[in-house]
Write a protein that binds this ligand. Sequence first.
Ligand code: WT7
Length: 653
Amino acid sequence: MSDDALSNLLHEDRRFPPPADLAANANVTAETYAAADADFEGFWAEQAKRLSWGTEPTKTLDWSNAPFATWYEDGTLNAAYNCLDRHVEAGNGDKVAFHFVGEPGDTRDITYAELTKEVCQAANALTDLGVEAGDRVAIYLPMIPEAVVAMLACARIGAPHTVVFGGFSADALATRIKDCGVEVVITADGGYRRGSAAALKPAVDEALTECPDVNHVLVIKRTEQETAMTEGRDVWWHDAVGNASPEHTPQNFPAEQPLYIMYTSGSTGQPKGILHTTAGYLVGCAYTHWAAFDLKDDDVFWTAADIGWVTGHSYLVYGPLANGATSVMYEGTPDTPHKGRWWEIIEKYKVTILYCAPTAIRTFMKWGADIPAKFDLSSLRVLGSVGEPINPEAYVWYRTNIGGDKVPVVDTWWQTETGMHMISPMPGVTEGKPGAAMKAVPGVVVDVVNDEGKPVGNGHGGYLVVTKPWPAMLRTIWGDDQRFKDTYWSRFEGVYFAGDGAKKDEDGDIWVLGRVDDVMNVSGHRMSTTEIESALVSHERVAEAAVVGATDETTGQAIVAFVILRAGEGETADDAETIVQTLRNHVAKEISPIAKPRQIMVVEELPKTRSGKIMRRLLRDIAENRELGDVTTLQDSSVMNLIKDNLESSKED
Ligand code: WT7
């Protein structure tokens, strides 16, 4: 099948125009696109006015040393001041910054004034521990308010933070601490997950046996569990921060002061330390948070993602706080103590904007629409999706069952590297198309190109690239400029290659098809894993599906699918066999007989990273019977055995 056939694979005719009232008062309008198109740098110079500067920048972009960019280079500012003090000074000190909801049911509303005070205290405490501008601080915490305080305290004193997701192992923590030369770690005794207190501090102790350069550990009390403290090294947060002065004068730093390093996995085993700097990143987050979610003063915004990932950084911390917004922060899992926990939170705080991952949506689909139906979700006015392609079935389910059939869904495409949304519908302008991320946000320029780097026409697929720099772009990979160039800037001359495949549909709208290594080639036919997953999930009996391309002697790659059935279905062995045949035929019917999976395995669970991403590489390894790679980020490694067992018995002759 040629590229042309790709365009016929996703046939989606449903369209959802913006609600009239939203469109009438929309932040982003057709004029916004026109303004950005007419004057790219002028547009971004204008967006910089969202921030308060020590010294206003006179320059916008310097790309003369590409691919190393600077944005707003001669400006100075303080990131924490922009997220905190200035809102208090403007008279909004009593506005709630976070409605915190702990998993056990404890809650805390934190105003901008209170958050500012705590951040000042923490900044003073860090300074007392010897942290200076430029020093790296690791943050290894559960989803508690102190995680935000810790990040902003670092930002306030110009010390780049590296937040390591609390679900990572001691080894992973040590690797990151060593890679960027951390001297102070901020952690907690533990956190609550699935109804119990899980310890965190022991992992830090274990990691630090390999990290002699760490001289202090600040420990927050969350669970009150027994915690070993190392004399001279470990300090209780409530002592150090609690007793520190709440007065702290923020210093202005250069626009390009490193703000944070976020590790993300690359194609090799060694994680990449993605470096974000201050001004451009903040401008990008503030602007896109305002634009894609149509943010208004009285919105209650909820990013249901962990602070340990870039989504938490950009849209739980920096974007919402720079915009002075009110957010929800939830510590736990969606099914503790019951499967309606999210909807209960939305009802209680009258959440207006929800931002989550398709994997969560598909989980809710599996649990059944009757659960959210028990709650009042009428406050919602914009729904966001992030992290992976959202299949049309999940999109429509989300819109219908969470959004009451009237709330627009924005599918936001971006990456740890991009720092901010790059492709997304604008809820007041864009007609929603289930499954499509649509167009670049105003001020961002993307394209889909072929092997030679030439733009493909409408109806064709190719590689997703970003053709102009953008303010929140990564500046480099920490300590490895060469890897930065090789990974992102060498595949196509002068443009950023995102590693994703995409297609332009007949209208020129963009469908992100997933990582290029998830695009399969079967007998010379180019096919997207996403698309076959969509087809599978569109069957009434399928809750979730993951498709991989396994090496095949005859066809190059063969399609192997892993599916989770809806509760109550396929419980007997006989039933499972019938359903496999039904599903193969269903895919053949939905897409084409060539898209029929070679194998379909009915499984109980899919292997996911802690952030909820399906680990396709592992599934591919299983499908090809290779030795398993690193499974430390699996939620539950027994899942793999389960899937493996299923594989043995499901092979077709
Ligand atoms: C990769 C980046 C974006 C923050 C969380 C993940 C995939 C992300 C979408 C989307 C299709 C998406 C891409 C991308 N991805 N958003 N809306 N539609 N795919 O950040 O861990 O850096 O992952 O996630 O494959 O390259 P990340």
